[in-house]
Design a protein around this ligand. Structure first.
Ligand code: NOJ
Ligand code: CA
Length: 706
């Protein structure tokens, strides 16, 4: 009896977060298996869960037989300044427990580092330099997250190649039957297991805790998915395999990414959490003067909707004609990236004060890509005959507008790496300082996955290479972000989720945008490409019957609710010209912030946030609403006391509905101060947006108080 108690003391450690909200207990089981458990304000968050690794060709693996050789507890408190962000200062405050473990028989050491914040836990494995563990191959990581019962999850299927799914809200026990149904319904969907899901995974416990599982700083390691044991409600890490089924190739000294658990009893805290960034390294770019938050339009939606094409011709020049000289090919007459059309967009950007214009389909190769799957269909330097790089750059520059480069890599990572220096030099020589890259289709080399270690390293290589050239990166179809934008702030955007393009591919769930900030945006900004004003896509392309499941006011709110230093106004100029009064909000809204206040939040139902524009003192509010009409109640106590402001409120009209009446909105101007209160109706799939500007007497004349 006594002996057991002594052993228990020796192998069990407890550590609390600075404000004592979150508590972690680490211990070893009788056979030397490391175990942790976690609570928030005394409630179970993670029940006892095992830690370790299965190694390839290694009889011991790193699962058990451990003893604790050292534990260290330390505290840290620092405030840092992000290059761009929702706030201008971030506090990084935690208590740390570092446990060094020795595996007895193999004489190998690993260290597990736990950081306890008041909003959650981050922990990672570290492999110190040592004789008995130099090179090793991870067959699987065994990190468990034992859930406090059959709780609610917002999940998408485990997939090694895409996150472009609508979310399903269900109990954990319902994942298996619902996944089976959703995969049969859409054969393009896939999962490695009948209960495999992706992170960032948002959960809500039955006693009202909001729990988010994700990771931070995924560098030189595969993306972690989670596999649910739905008898015991235990998630276990499931790393993305490489082409031969291995997971991670490691060389000590090295570390894994951080595994994160963000927790609160108030959903707003999950959105406000900066834990993921805090677990990443400080910026490795010292001169950040060239990194600029950007608002842009693009020759894009017209291709996505099918009105025009990326390709110049409908023939496959290199295959069918045996030529690479596109000037000899027959133009299809619908090529979007032609000089006259691009100039039209540049004019529109200049007229309305946008920073940049993205142009896709400017370079040769699209016909070949659609026609076959060679690994080198694209170069990134040869324009189509009707796109004059120098002329368009000069034209844009004369109007104070930048062009954003587009590199569709066709997921041929090797080909992109062959071209990358040439392509980035070409960009700099032609005045481009931002690139949208894309990885559509199966990864080439064949058999690799979008989220495997090798491919993760490719995305990182491109980001770091771009930094050398002072190029900002917005990568689509890459691995979902994990806060790396702190270390490499030139990564100003990512897609890695179901973006607005799906509204033109058949539509997304009307509450999708009330989930994304709780899932995909936990790791960093998303290039969601909001701003669609024409919801009936057949009006743009009669052959496309898609409907955008959102009201126009909801589209405005997205500029505030979907935080990103890179924001697009995605619709066609002609659609904006029909609603210039509403378009004014998109023109006015900021893309970089001094402060953010989450006013209301419930995943799947609604989000309301107020943000203070960087350096101007203006405030912008956004509310997005799910399927059920709702009155949003907010106060304006974020405003400075004693000051008077004019608020312009862009809201759903009473009869608005995302399906039947999406363009019904009202705009009203009222006087507000920090005591004002608003009760505002949001329609199904609706919302509202407010711009708030300090005003003098003359500017408030004739306006009513809210
Ligand atoms: C998919 C991307 O999400 C989209 O934005 C892009 O236009 C196409 N790929 C073509 O590269
Ligand atoms: Ca995409």
């Amino acid at each position: 009896m006594l002996l057991v108690a002594i052993v228990d003391i020796a192998v069990s450690q407890e550590v609390h977060s600075p404000g004592d909200k979150v508590r972690l207990r680490f211990s070893l089981e009788a056979d030397g298996t490391p175990v942790y458990q976690l609570s928030f304000k005394g409630k179970d968050v993670i029940r006892p869960s095992k830690l370790g690794f299965y190694l390839k060709n290694d009889k011991n693996s790193l699962l058990n037989d451990f003893t604790v050789v050292d534990t260290k507890t330390t505290s840290f408190d620092e405030t840092w300044t992000p290059v761009w962000g929702e706030v201008n200062k971030i506090r990084n405050k935690y208590n740390e427990l570092a446990v060094t473990l020795n595996q007895k028989e193999s004489a190998r050491q690993i260290l597990i580092r736990f950081r306890l914040f008041d909003d959650g836990l981050g922990f990672r494995y570290e492999f110190p330099s040592q004789k008995n563990l130099a090179y090793f191959v991870i067959k699987e990581e065994r990190t468990q997250f034992a859930m406090p019962g059959d709780i609610t999850a917002f999940w998408i299927p485990g997939d090694y190649d895409t996150q472009e799914y609508d979310y399903t809200k269900s109990k954990l026990s319902e994942i298996r039957p619902l996944m089976a149904k959703s995969i049969t319904a859409n054969l393009s969907q896939t999962s490695f297991s009948p209960t495999g899901v992706q992170t960032s995974l948002m959960l809500k416990s039955n006693d009202g805790l909001y729990i988010n599982l994700h990771e931070a700083a995924v560098i030189n390691y595969p993306v972690m998915h989670l596999n649910l044991d739905d008898k015991n409600m235990v998630f276990e890490s499931w790393l993305t395999p490489d082409a031969i089924g291995d997971k991670g190739y490691m060389q000590a000294p090295c570390t894994t990414p951080w595994r994160t658990v963000i927790i609160s009893d108030d959903a707003r805290d999950i959105l406000a959490s900066k834990m993921t960034y805090n677990l990443n390294e400080p910026s490795k770019i010292s001169d950040v003067s060239w990194i600029k938050p950007t608002k842009y339009i693009g020759v894009w939606w017209e291709m996505i909707t099918g009105k025009s094409t990326w390709a110049y011709t409908d023939e496959y020049p290199t295959v069918q004609l045996g030529i690479t000289d596109y000037a000899k090919a027959k133009p299809n007459g619908r090529h979007g990236a032609n000089n006259a059309n691009v100039k039209k967009y540049i004019d529109f950007a200049a007229l309305h004060g946008f920073d940049s214009v993205l142009v896709e389909g400017w370079n040769i190769g699209w016909e070949d890509w659609f026609g076959n799957s060679k690994d080198y269909v694209f170069d990134f330097v040869t324009p189509y005959p009707d796109f004059n790089v120098k002329e368009l750059h000069a034209y844009a520059a004369s109007k104070g507008v930048k062009l954003i480069m587009h590199h569709e890599t066709s997921a041929s990572t090797r080909n992109y790496e062959r071209w990358i220096d040439t392509a980035y030099k070409f960009m700099k020589a032609n005045g481009y300082d931002a690139v949208k890259s894309g990885y559509v289709g199966p990864i080439l080399p064949r058999g690799e996955n979008h989220y495997s270690q090798w491919t993760v390293n490719h995305y990182q290589y491109a980001i770091e290479k771009a930094a050398k050239y002072h190029i900002m990166v917005n990568a689509h179809e890459a691995a979902r972000p994990t806060g790396i934008g702190r270390t490499w702030p030139n990564l100003i955007g990512n897609e890695a989720a179901r973006g607005t393009e799906y509204q033109a591919f058949g539509g997304s769930k009307s509450n999708h945008v009330t989930v994304l900030p709780f899932t995909r945006l936990i790791g960093g900004p998303m290039d969601y490409t909001p701003g669609i004003f024409e919801m009936d896509i057949s009006k743009i392309n009669p052959g496309n019957k898609s409907h955008v499941n959102s009201t126009l006011a909801n589209q405005l709110a997205l500029y505030v609710t979907m935080y990103s230093p890179l924001q697009m106004a995605a619709d066609l100029p002609e659609n904006y010209n029909r609603f210039l009064d509403a378009f004014q909000f998109i023109k006015d809204v900021a893309v970089d912030w001094d402060d953010s206040k989450y006013l209301e939040a419930e995943p799947g139902d609604y989000i309301t946030v107020a943000r203070k524009a960087k350096g101007t003192g203006k405030w912008f509010v956004g509310n997005v609403n799910g399927e059920t009409p709702r009155i949003s109640n907010i106060g304006f106590d974020f405003l400075e006391p004693g000051k008077t402001y004019v608020a312009t409120i862009y809201a759903d009209a009473k009869n608005a509905h995302y399906k039947t009446n999406p363009q019904a909105y009202t705009i009203r101007k009222v006087i507000v101060n920090n005591k004002s209160k608003l009760a505002q109706l949001s329609a199904p799939g609706g919302g509202y947006a407010i711009s708030i500007v300090e005003a003098d007497k003359a500017q408030t004349k004739g306006l009513k108080k809210l």
